[in-house]
Design a protein around this ligand. Structure first.
Ligand SMILES: Nc1ncnc2c1ncn2[C@@H]1O[C@H](COP(=O)(O)OP(=O)(O)O)[C@@H](O)[C@H]1O
Ligand SMILES: [Mg+2]
Length: 237
């Protein structure tokens, strides 16, 4: 059905200590597209993101970026290859200013980053306004913008967002999703995990419904939204 030309993950099995959380889970996203991983709490969505980014050792399977096998690379090596990752929690430095947070995002890059800083400020104008303010003083939605902006500072090929809309109002979520659409339109692949599954699938080219560490459904966002079983079991009817 879907030709995943940039599959970050193929059949990964991984977990914590000796317990496997994911079993043969496959997700992926193409350049310029948005993919969402949805599913109940504890399904293994964050575990999948962590394993794609190299924070967890996977026991089986492979991770590819642009057809290159990156399964054995360290997280910082994956960043250099073009991965950006925004974790679900603790994704900003609260005592640093907005601008310092963004600059920290670029630390791994040795080149001049003023262009990309301008791009982030164009995308999130409020961050430019508040660039000298402590990031921890910002609203929840603005802090998420800092986190996303920080990940963009390395010009990732694939941007991974774990629950970008967590704890923000519907209006702020809508605004953030519009920004995510813009990021994808610029050519970045966006792979996100979302609790707000309906809204996420509405803007997704492809969706992965995970349950108990397994792929339950994989289809276009549209098809998943109109699938009765998916709606009843995972989207609140
Ligand atoms: N650091 C950890 N150590 C052990 N088990 C964990 C850890 N983090 C998550 N888990 C377990 O892994 C499973 C999947 O968690 P998670 O990936 O966070 O789910 P989701 O993001 O879909 O809500 C859950 O059963 C959770 O209890
Ligand atoms: Mg999670």
């Amino acid at each position: 059905m879907m030709n995943l030309i940039k599959p970050p993950v193929k059949n990964i099995t991984c977990g914590y200590d000796t317990v496997d959380i994911l079993s043969e889970c496959t997700v992926g996203v193409k350049r310029g597209e948005i993919a969402s991983i949805v599913g109940p709490n504890g399904a293994g969505k964050s575990t999948a993101m962590k394993s794609i980014f190299g924070l967890l050792k996977i026991r089986l399977g492979k991770i590819f970026l642009d057809n290159e096998d990156i399964t054995n690379l360290l997280p910082q090596e994956r960043v250099l290859k073009g991965m950006g990752y925004v974790p679900q929690t603790n994704n900003i430095f609260p005592t640093l200013s907005v601008q310092e947070n963004l600059e920290m995002g670029a630390f791994i890059q040795h080149e001049d980053f003023s262009d990309i800083l301008d791009y982030v400020y164009d995308l999130f104008p409020v961050l430019k306004e508040k660039r000298n303010q402590q990031a921890g003083e910002l609203s929840g939605g603005q802090r998420q913008q800092v986190a996303v902006g920080r990940a963009l500072m390395t010009k990732p090929k694939v941007l991974m967002l774990d629950e970008p809309s967590a704890g923000v109002s519907p209006i702020v979520m809508e605004n953030l999703f519009q920004k995510i659409i813009e990021i994808a339109k610029q050519g970045t692949a966006v792979l996100m995990v979302e609790q707000n599954a309906k809204q996420a699938l509405e803007i997704s080219d492809i969706g992965f419904v995970l349950n108990q560490g397994k792929n339950l459904y994989t289809d276009t966002g549209k098809a998943l939204l109109s699938n009765k079983e998916v709606r009843q079991a995972f989207l609140g009817g």
